[in-house]
Design a protein around this ligand. Structure first.
Ligand SMILES: *[C@@H]1O[C@H](CO)[C@@H](O)[C@H](O)[C@H]1NC(C)=O
Ligand SMILES: *[C@@H]1O[C@H](CO)[C@@H](O)[C@H](O)[C@H]1NC(C)=O
Ligand SMILES: *[C@@H]1O[C@H](CO)[C@@H](O)[C@H](O)[C@H]1NC(C)=O
Ligand SMILES: *[C@@H]1O[C@H](CO)[C@@H](O)[C@H](O)[C@H]1NC(C)=O
Ligand SMILES: *[C@@H]1O[C@H](CO)[C@@H](O)[C@H](O)[C@H]1NC(C)=O
Length: 954
């Protein structure tokens, strides 16, 4: 009989949940939630424990424990009166952090440390009847300690639950942000409920004010909660951070280093439990602390973990700068470098510190107080190098490396030296030109240097000096920076407008082209109308239209520019090259902003416009007019995060000739066959037109990458040479693109184009864009034979991601220091005066140093992390000759490369200081310790420049 009753209850329970259950069952079927447990005058004593295993193979393990007392203080208030809400005060005691070594032991000296004085403040929170934590309030003392508040937020996140039966998907806010959570509840015996909760990084809303960027990793969290009698009795959960697999798109297996996965160091695994130990009548002591809390003032703050924006840069700086505290450490580094100038790595750290100090504002005397109490390192640098810089022209090769440091450091004093070198020092014309070209990358120029460069331009242009082009390009780049005064900007707007208009009036293509590239570097929207006027001129040449696309790249979001782009893309007379130039520039601009100008949210960085629709449609319809640009459109949409799932297949079908992915490739036979992969180098339509014009031709292509899988350099290059004996036409052409991938960030470091052709006239063209700025723009009837300056844009800190894993904020910030070496030799071949004896050698070497790493801060008591250092470099050289035969060679080579990983941790300790009348405890960060094995490093061997491909015979 009993059996039947139970059976009945089960059946009925499915229909009408309350029937067979006693009073204990608080979960109701409709949206009404748990009746409030009677918590009057009671204290819930919880114990919290967590084990955080951070940074993957580094296995940094932190053990955390704390007692958490929750005191019921009454109903909800204010907005929460109707929600069956309760207010609580949370107190924490016995907050400990302990470091666990890989073999499971903890050493005596790292005995757990109590942080009760950091956690002596109550926190007020409101929990609605449905389990949602609606609000948190902190006392003033806590507001001053972000890490303490963040840990408290993580405990509140654990206390949050969902008591509404059958409501499985909930939007909630906790320390990790606002996200969807999936809940599932099951009834256990005696009215106990088990609630399972899950969410992943995909469920987290990225809002403008959160920093959560999970392009790099996937996060999965799971919790099992138990609720009994309306009270949360236990929670067990874990958060796992996974390395995201490589994007298949451009995945190329590097020949060396590809098996080292830096992404593995970004993984973490955190487990935690919160257990109700006692649920008792409030003790005398409890009553006392409640009474003490009555007089405290509470301030409402978000439930979401707080990030400190500058801290990544600041922390990195404190670590590096300490090494240079010794009196003459800097002079030593400089002296060492001068002894062996072939090893620039001797200055890497100095360079990074200088760039961090520039970011912190130190050389501009406006850094935050914490950083400002040390004099900027640039002061020492100027002191230590004064003599050598005074004789710069006589030892230029070494001196220019030192000047690179000045350029990175910035500030008035450094600029003063640079200015006087440009104005007064007897540098040779070439040295001066090199220096001016390097100035493009001063991060925060002041009026001083701007005025110097402008004065130089006025002088050169009034003399009609043909080398003026580089000066105006530099001027445009410099003035684009935030620090440029509005007065100077206006002057430059006038200057560039006049330059463009007079070029247009005199039909001077070179002048127009220079003005357009400089405008593109500068980006001031006031120049948009005049550029559009030139662009829309009846019968405008394609070359100038492409220049106009470059010129408008910072203002693509402007309505009139959008309309022009739409017209350009859709009008039947546009060639695929022109469409390609537009798409490549838009894509490049987006990639640049995603890494280096993240604050700029204007289209294409956000929003969708008609241009997006047209491009998506072109891909969808496999529109032949866009054939040369499919792969670029696809990359653009991917960068933008436009989902276009099945489209990939459409695209693949169109390009059925596409070769297998994941293979490095060198080919000296068939440009056409690899059309889509190499369309960036020479689109298939351009190729077929050249193929017709210069029917006797040869070409080589290569794409190769180097470095570990999550941080590598990838270079695509192509060379073409052809002639038409009958008409006496000929052309040599080369293009190289160096791309950099650093975790999920990828962008073009340098684009270099050089060609020389002879039809009715002979022209040589050289174009180089580095880090988003045009630095070389040459169009001449003569030959070009130059080593361009080594471009070293200032190292820049890039926040790869930061997010919370409950107990810790994890952030990964790296500093990227790129370098581009570029050489061109384009002109007549040796010992020949045949008008078609064209020879072209183009060398591009791309290098990068990636430093920084990840760190986690745990409850204001411990921090740990990994430091990553990667140096990469890769050189490609293409050589094409039209005389005496027709031939091509491709070379490559690289210097030694290094990868270092070091795991470290630091504990905060207390020390006693004597104050005026009594002893006081003060917190301080203890020694930085490394785990063992303390460091991992890999060396990637070097390879002398050697030929990898050859075709034809000379
Ligand atoms: C664990 O490692 C530490 C340091 O790495 C060492 O001092 C200790 O002896 C090891 N303990 C055991 C049990 O292996
Ligand atoms: C609880 O109620 C609040 C306010 O009505 C709502 O925003 C929240 O989504 C609810 N949570 C659950 C778990 O139903
Ligand atoms: C994370 O830790 C949990 C508990 O220790 C374990 O079950 C799980 O396998 C770990 N996951 C990974 C990826 O190491
Ligand atoms: C320092 O000054 C520059 C421009 O003069 C400004 O952009 C920057 O925000 C300032 N920084 C601080 C910390 O005040
Ligand atoms: C400008 O030059 C181009 C080619 O150099 C020529 O076709 C065009 O007629 C010229 N226009 C004027 C107005 O001189």
């Amino acid at each position: 009989m009993r059996f039947i009753v139970i059976y009945l209850c089960l059946v009925v329970a499915l229909v009408l949940s309350t029937l067979c259950k006693g009073e204990e069952d608080y979960v109701s079927k409709d949206s009404s939630t748990l009746p409030k447990a009677d918590l009057h005058e009671t204290t819930l004593h919880y114990h919290y424990e967590s084990e955080a295993k951070l940074f993957g193979p580094a296995e940094e393990i932190f053990h955390i424990s704390a007692d958490v007392d929750v005191e019921y203080i009454g109903d909800g208030f204010g907005n929460y009166l109707d929600n069956n809400a309760s207010s609580f005060l949370m107190f924490m005691r016995n907050v400990f952090v302990q470091v666990i070594k890989g073999n499971g032991t903890t050493s005596q000296s790292e005995a757990p440390l109590s942080a009760d004085d950091l956690y002596d403040q109550p926190t007020w929170f409101v929990q609605l009847g449905n389990g949602t934590i609606a609000e948190a309030r902190f006392t003033k003392k806590d507001l001053g300690n972000t890490n303490v508040m963040n840990f408290k937020r993580s405990i509140l996140s654990v206390l949050q639950t969902n008591l509404v039966r059958d409501k499985e998907n909930v939007i909630e806010t906790d320390v990790m942000g606002k996200h969807n959570s999936r809940y599932m509840s099951t009834e256990l015996q005696f009215g106990e409920i088990e609630i399972k909760k899950h969410f992943s990084s995909k469920d987290i809303y990225v809002e403008d004010n959160t920093d959560l960027d999970t392009d790099e990793v996937d996060i999965e969290t799971d919790e099992v909660q138990r609720v009994s009698g309306g009270i949360l009795t236990s929670v067990a959960g874990h958060v796992q951070v996974f390395d995201k697999p490589e994007d298949q798109d451009e995945s190329i297996s590097p020949e060396e280093g590809g098996n080292i996965d830096l992404g593995a160091y970004l993984t973490s695994n955190v487990t935690f439990t919160l257990t109700l130990r006692k649920h008792v009548k409030r003790s005398v002591e409890g009553v006392q602390r409640m009474e003490a809390a009555v007089s405290a003032r509470f301030h409402k703050r978000s439930l979401v973990g707080q990030y400190d924006k500058v801290s990544g840069v600041y922390q990195r700086w404190t670590i590096l700068r300490r090494k240079f505290d010794e009196e003459d450490k800097l002079s030593q580094a400089v002296t060492n470098f001068m002894k062996d100038p072939t090893d620039p790595s001797k200055l890497h750290e100095v360079n990074e510190i200088l760039s961090l100090e520039n970011e912190l504002g130190m050389p501009h005397n406006n850094a935050t107080s914490a950083a400002a109490n040390k004099p900027a390192l640039v002061k020492q640098l100027i002191q230590a190098t004064k003599e050598m810089v005074a004789n710069c022209s006589t030892n230029w090769e070494i001196c220019k490396e030192i000047l690179d440091l000045y350029i990175t450091a910035g500030g008035k004093e450094a600029e003063k030296t640079l200015s006087s070198l440009v104005q007064y020092h007897p540098l040779s014309a070439d040295q001066k030109q090199e220096l001016v070209q390097k100035l493009s990358f001063i991060a925060k120029p002041t009026n001083h240097i701007l005025t110097t460069v402008k004065t130089l331009w006025n002088t050169l242009s009034s003399q009609g000096d043909p080398s003026q082009s580089h000066v105006i390009l530099t001027l445009g780049s410099l003035a684009s920076k935030e620090t440029t005064s509005s007065g100077f900007r206006s002057e430059l707007v006038d200057l560039l407008r006049r330059h463009l208009q007079s070029g247009d009036k005199n039909n001077n293509t070179e002048q127009i082209s220079d003005a357009l590239e400089a405008i593109g570097n500068f980006g001031d929207n006031r120049l948009t109308p005049v550029v559009l006027a030139v662009a829309k001129k009846e019968g405008q040449t394609e070359e100038i239209e492409i220049g106009c696309i470059h010129a408008l790249r910072r203002n693509f979001h402007v309505e009139s520019v959008q309309q022009w782009l739409v017209d350009l893309l859709t009008r039947p007379t546009s060639s695929c090259e022109l469409r390609e130039a537009a798409v490549v520039t838009i894509k490049g601009e987006l990639a640049y902003r995603k890494v280096l100008d993240t604050k700029n949210k204007a289209w294409p960085n956000s929003g969708r416009t008609e241009v997006d629709r047209i491009l998506l449609n072109a891909l969808l319809m496999a529109d032949v007019r866009y054939e040369c640009v499919f792969s670029d459109i696809r990359e653009y949409l991917q960068l933008k995060g436009v989902p276009f799932g099945n489209l990939i297949e459409t695209y693949e079908m169109v390009n059925s000739t596409r070769t297998k992915r994941g293979v490095n490739h060198v080919s000296c036979s068939s440009w056409g066959t690899y059309g889509s992969r190499y369309s960036e180098l020479l689109s298939s339509s351009q190729f077929s037109s050249d193929n017709n014009k210069y029917p006797e031709n040869k070409h080589c292509l290569s794409h190769i990458s180097y470095g570990p899988s999550k941080a590598n350099i990838y270079i695509k290059s192509g060379v073409f040479a052809g002639r038409n004996r009958r008409r006496r036409y000929c052309k040599v052409y080369g293009k190289s693109i160096a791309k950099l991938k650093v975790f999920s960030k990828r962008f073009t470091l340098a684009t270099a184009i050089a060609y020389r052709y002879k039809t009715s006239k002979t022209r040589t063209r050289v174009y180089l864009k580095v880090y988003g700025k045009t630095v070389v723009n040459v169009d001449t009837s003569g030959s070009v034979n130059r080593n361009y300056p080594v471009y070293k844009p200032s190292p820049k800190s890039i926040n790869v991601f930061s997010f919370f894993i409950y107990v810790a904020k994890i952030s990964v910030t790296i500093t990227l220091a790129p370098r581009v070496d570029f050489r061109i030799k384009a002109g007549f071949c040796d010992r020949s005066y045949d008008p078609c004896s064209h020879c072209l050698t183009m060398t591009l070497k791309a290098s990068a140093r990636i430093s920084g790493g990840g760190s986690a801060n745990l409850l204001a008591l411990a921090r740990g992390g990994i430091d990553i250092g990667v140096t990469l470099n890769y050189l490609v050289e293409g050589e094409g000759k039209l005389y005496p035969g027709l031939c091509f060679s491709f070379y490559h080579g690289y210097d030694p490369m290094k990868i270092n990983v070091e795991a470290w941790y630091q504990l905060r300790t207390k020390f006693k200081i004597k104050s005026w009348r009594f002893w006081k405890w003060r917190w301080t960060w203890g020694k930085r310790r490394t785990w063992s094995p303390s460091s991992l490093s890999w060396k990637l061997g070097s390879s002398k420049r050697k030929r990898i491909a050859r075709t034809g015979s000379c």
